[in-house]
Structures are given as C-alpha cells and as structure tokens.
Design a protein around this ligand. Structure first.
Ligand SMILES: [Zn+2]
Ligand SMILES: [Zn+2]
Length: 702
C-alpha cells in the first residue's frame, strides 16, 4: 500500500482516503461532538425496557482530573457503551462535588499566601469567596471528561450544591428529625484545632508515634500518662476491678497535689482500665479522651474542659492558660519535675495517635455540641439488604469489608464547622433553647415556645451526609419520571478508599429514604500505581497526568492502558510505555482497516473464521457481564493482533479467506472494541462508509 492512497470504496463507491497513520488529534474532538449531538448520551425512558444506569462519582468541582479519575472513566464508560450497544436505555449521570472540607482547605491555603485567614471574613462573605473560587475552575473537569471520551448525559449534569439537590438533603434531615434519629449531643468529637472543625471517626488517621510517657506522683499512687497537661481536667482515677494492688483505695476520695493547688478525685474501678499499662492506675479526663469520656458516662463523672477549640489551655488551668497543648505539655512536665512530682519518664513509649486526614495535626478529642445521627436502624436495614442480595459486590472481599464497617459504625456526627457546604437547617430558640428544624425555610417562630428570636446553626453538613444521598437526589431532580425509571441504578463503580465514607452511606440513605437500595451491583476499583508498583504521589514525582497522556497518545490508548493487566478490583500498574503500546494497537487497527477496505469480493470461504469470531463475541460478552474488563480487553487485543492480522489477513492474501468475510470480521472487532477504544473504532467505522454511528450500533450476537 502506498501513502495517501485514494480509491473508491468497494461498497458504495465513495472515496476512501484513510490517512496512513491514525492521528488521534485530528479526530477525537470532532467525534465527541458527533456523539453528543446525535443524542446518544441522552437515553429515552422506554417503558417495559430495562434501563442501565450508572451515577458517576462526582469529581471535585475545582480540581482537574487525576489518573484515578481517568481509571473510573475508562471502566464506567466501557460498561455504559456496552449496555448502550445492547439496546438498553443507558444513563450515565455526571456531576461535580463541592467537596466541603477539601475545597475550603485549599481555599484557606490560598488565603494564607496573601496573609489572610478565614477568620478575617464573616460567614456569608467567606462562602461567596469560595463560590467564586470554585467558579474560576468550572468547566475544567467537564472538558477533561469529554477529552477522555466519557459518554455521559450532560443534559442531566448535577452539582452537589444545586438548590434542588440541597432541598432533597434538607428533606432527609427533617425526616430523620421527625423519626427521632437525630440528636444534639454534647459529645466528644474528633476535633482538629488547626482545621477548626470536627471530623467523623472515619476521617481520623491513626499513626504510630514515639512520645514520652510520664510517670507522676498522684496522691498515694504513681501513674503514667502521655498527657500531663490535661491533669487540670481530671475528675477521677481508675483501676481495673481485678487489680488486687489497689483494691483498698476503690471508692475513696484522694487528695492530689497539683501545680495550681491540691485537688480531690474519687478512685473508681472500671474494666476498661488496662492493668498492664503503666502502673495500672490511670487518671480520667472525660473532656479530653474518648475512653475517659465513656468511663465518665458510666460513672457519672464531672466533665471539666480545660482545652479550648483554638487548641490552647483555658482559664481553668491558671498560669498555664493561653499555652498551646504541645507547649503546655513541656512546661507542665518541667514544673512537675521541679515540684518533685515526676517519678520517671519513659522516652521510648510508642502509641497510636489520631491525626487529621487533611492537615496531619494531632486530633484533639473535644467536647462540642453537634448533630448526631443514630445509625443503628439504617445500618440494620443495609445489612439486611445485603444479606437478601438486593445489592451485591462484584468482588466478595469488599462485601466483607463493608459489613465490617457497618458493624463498627458509631453514631455519626454530621456537623462540620466550615462554611463551604450546606448550612444545617436548624434554628435555636434564644428563649427555651429548643431547636426548630425545617426543610430549608427559615421558621418565624420556635416550634416549642413560639418565641420569634431564633438563630440558625452556623455549621454545615458533613459532605458525606449529602453525597450519601447522591443517587436518588440526582434522579429525583432531573427529568420527571427519571427516578421512577432509572432507580435503583445498576452499578456503583468507585474507588476503594471511599468505600467506608461513601458506598456504605449511600446504601444506608437509599434504604432509609427510598426504601430500596440505590444500586444493584458495587464495583470497586483499586489504585493506579506506577510501573514499579509504587503508589502515585506528588512527593514521589511519579504523577501521570491523564490529560497529558491523552493528548500525547490518544484517549483510546490511555483508556486501554487503564483497564489492562488487572481486574478492576485490583491495583493497576501504568506506565507511559504501556500507553504507547496501546497507541500502536490503535495503529494496527487502522492499518488493518486500510487494507481490508480495499477489497470488494463477496465470497465466504472459511467456516472456521466465522466460528472463531462468534467465539470471541461470546467470550467478550461474558467477560463484560462479569465485570472482567481486563480479560475482555486482553482477549480482543491478542485475537485482533495475532489471529486477525497475523493469520487471517495473511491467509486472505493466499485466497483462503474471502475478503468480504474479512471485512465482516473487522466490523465485529470494531464493535467489540468500541467500549474500550471509542474514538479510533468510530473513525474507522466512518471511514468504512457506515452511515450510522458505531456508538449506537447493535452489539454483536453470538
Ligand atoms: Zn486538620
Ligand atoms: Zn423556644
């Protein structure tokens, strides 16, 4: 074949002039436009026909896509395109996430660069500023999804802060309140004094750390603690009931010499005390330690808060007031030494410390009034739905993990002290102190006493409280009838790391609000790693930018690289070499098509050829049904390259396979490969003179 060949098409006489090489840059954006304008992305409700639906995990509105997003695009788009070709009304609903804490955190970092902080602004101004900041980046993520070939329905696009979405979330909040599942709890929360907000248990990252363990004299005892600075908040000492050493003290009130004067505490016994820790005696600070708080509840202990939300010791600590916790610890330890109260210090003590998942500072257990959600009834219903098989996990290991998370879920603190999010629709009466909850409308009087002076809670909902409702909140606010038709959705495909934050919450809210699961199948994908199997991170310098890769090698090559080599549930290793190898495969397809399109005879010579094609169709279909995307991709790649090109094309030159037959075979390959490599297959299809689009052509039958 010569370069720039021009000849008439054997089928309809049109001029065929395929470029000698496939140049993705020339075609991709045009093809995307063709698809979008054809209406292929926007399904029609066809009663009696089963739809296929995926709600896209909404990427952060203000962030460009990273390689992990590209993996979900590759996976979900394969499923979507496959089901669309099967003739099912197929909906892939895209959206973007306001990502409360993440976004406010990034914004505050920017503020700091200009010497400002969030405390320089009132609530509304700050919200407006963050809104504007997010608007600056609007459209970036959407255009990147298009670049990757995501065939989602842009007419149904949703943002998590769309007013109609907020409405749904508020309604749920009100329903929870009416059902008695909400309470205002003065409870210890995981508080980051740096971020200025409380976090849920799931957001605390535990790390091993070496800290001094101080042994101090404490009345008649010696006891060990890593936190001498909380001594001012102690309201008991405790021993294990089985510990014979201290039996005689139990129930007594002892006098303890302190740095700001002597104080009295009661000696209690509680089986939560580990007799092997330190001396077996522990001081109890209910306001600043989770275990102590629980012990305090059991024994009715006084709760004495000595650290404030800014992370500093407060007035109850006398001369130590105003010191940050870390400073205070050192000073208090020194003073204990001076006073002769320090017995010894173990500098080799290793323990597990809760840290903030955003800023990595130590989490301070803090007493704060927050909204708590009683999760038990929702959890029970969710586990029940899983047991009944209403929702199944493609990889069983994740089902186990999900159940485990459910079993360990505590009441959920849904209040966040940030402005970027949905403000909680609860108003406190300044007379009787009761809360009036609405579904968003400002109440004009207190529900309890009728007083008209009400103040709205300044907190916002935890992001996961709203995104947990995403599947039904989106479908209930798109076109009328969408929810009834497309819900429950077919597949929830998302990353492993948000299984506990998101997936299990979506099931909880689904069964609670809609009385049905939000999706039938859960497909969890693993990480994208570099070619050495290392986690991808900025600090390692091994970041693979999906958009750069798509521009260099084509979106198809990137997509193939992302489903290649590992089951969806596992981590996948990606390198530029892999992607380049897939680009070569695009060219292989292109060149085969150039060759095949030259011929026009009608003969069908080879029965085993057709049989083999049928076999490939059957296997590919089965793999896709079983979510084994890599197996389908690898099969198609090797069959096309080694069987179709190396054998069949060569045999056709010897007259063993009819060229019409060869062409029919190619058409089948284009269809089977389309979900994986949508652009190149669509372009070849077009070059071969097909009038309709490949994206909506029927999936081959086996
Ligand atoms: Zn933090
Ligand atoms: Zn009132």
């Amino acid at each position: 074949m010569t370069e720039n060949q021009t000849q008439s098409c054997p089928i309809d006489g049109t001029i065929v002039a395929m470029d000698p090489q496939y140049n993705h840059q020339k075609y991709e954006s045009n093809i995307y436009k063709l698809w979008e304008e054809s209406g292929a992305f926007t399904p029609k409700v066809i009663e009696g026909k089963k739809p296929f639906t995926i709600i896209m995990p909404p990427p952060n509105a203000n962030d460009p896509l990273h390689i992990g997003h590209a993996r979900f695009v590759a996976i979900e788009d394969v499923l979507i395109r496959y089901h669309r070709m099967k003739g099912e009304p197929t909906l892939w609903l895209p959206g973007s996430d306001h990502a409360g804490i993440e976004t406010q955190y990034v914004f505050e970092k920017k503020l700091r660069e200009t010497g400002q902080s969030r405390f320089d602004f009132d609530r509304d101004t700050l919200y407006k500023k963050i809104w504007e900041y997010v608007q600056e980046n609007t459209g970036v993520m959407e255009s990147q999804l298009k670049k990757l070939g995501a065939s989602c329905d842009w007419t149904r696009f949703k943002f998590t802060l769309d007013p109609e979405i907020i409405n749904i979330i508020y309604k749920t909040f009100r329903k929870l309140h009416e059902d008695g599942l909400l309470y205002r709890g003065n409870r210890l929360v995981n508080y980051c004094t740096h971020c200025g907000t409380a976090y849920s248990n799931l957001e605390v990252v535990y790390t091993e750390r070496k800290d001094p363990l101080y042994y101090m004299e404490y009345g008649p005892f010696t006891l060990a603690t890593t936190r001498p600075e909380t001594k001012f908040g102690d309201t008991a000492v405790a021993v294990n009931p089985k510990d014979k050493r201290y039996k005689k003290y139990v129930g007594q009130v002892i006098t303890v010499k302190g740095l700001i004067g002597d104080f009295k505490v009661k000696v209690i016994e509680d089986s939560a005390v580990d007799p092997d820790f330190g001396t077996g005696v522990v001081k109890i600070t209910p306001a600043h330690d989770f275990n102590d708080f629980e012990m305090g509840q059991r024994h009715n202990l006084e709760i004495k808060q000595v650290i404030d939300l800014d992370g500093k010791l407060n007035a109850l600590t006398g001369k130590y007031a105003g010191l940050y916790v870390n400073q205070a610890r050192k000073v208090v330890a020194e003073d204990l030494e001076k006073e002769g109260l320090m017995v010894k210090v173990d500098n080799e003590y290793i323990h597990s410390v809760g840290t903030c998942y955003r800023c990595k500072n130590t989490i301070e257990p803090m007493l704060l009034e927050q909204w708590f959600l009683k999760v038990k009834p929702m959890v029970d219903k969710s586990i029940d739905a899983m047991k009944k098989g209403k929702v199944t996990f493609a990889a069983k290991k994740f089902e186990k993990i999900a159940k485990n998370w459910y079993q360990n879920l505590k009441d959920w603190n849904i209040s966040r002290q940030i402005v970027w999010g949905m403000r909680i629709p609860a108003w406190k009466c300044d007379k009787c102190g009761e809360w009036t909850i609405t579904d968003g409308i400002t109440p004009n009087k207190c529900n309890k006493c009728g007083n008209e002076n009400l103040v709205q809670d300044t907190d916002t909902f935890d992001t996961w409280f709203s995104s947990g409702q995403w599947p039904f909140a989106t479908l209930q606010t798109t076109n009328p009838g969408d929810f009834e038709y497309f819900y429950p959705t077919s597949v929830m495909e998302t990353a492993y790391d948000i299984l506990p934050f998101w997936v299990i919450r979506m099931i909880m809210f689904g069964v609670y609000v809609t009385d049905d699961v939000p999706f039938r199948d859960v497909l969890i994908h693993g990480l994208v790693r570099d070619k050495e199997g290392q986690k991808i991170s900025k600090s390692k310098g091994n970041v693979i930018d999906p958009i750069e890769m798509a521009e260099k090698y084509g979106a198809d090559a990137l997509r193939m690289g992302l489903v290649w080599g590992a089951l969806t549930e596992n981590d996948v290793c990606l390198s530029e070499e892999n992607i380049n190898a897939q680009r070569k495969f695009c060219n292989k397809l292109w060149n085969a098509a150039r060759f095949v399109s030259q011929f026009s005879d009608e003969s069908k010579l080879n029965k085993s050829f057709d049989k083999h094609i049928t076999d490939i169709v059957e296997k590919t279909t089965r793999y896709l049904e079983e979510f084994k995307l890599n197996q389908a991709a690898e099969l198609l790649y090797s069959e096309f390259w080694h069987w179709f090109c190396d054998e069949c094309i060569e045999n056709s030159k010897k007259g063993e396979i009819g060229t019409k037959q060869l062409k029919d075979g190619l058409i089948q390959f284009l269809k089977l490969l389309h979900p994986f490599m949508p652009f190149v297959t669509e372009q070849i299809w077009n070059e071969m003179g097909e009038k309709e689009l490949l994206i909506t052509s029927p999936w081959p039958k086996n």
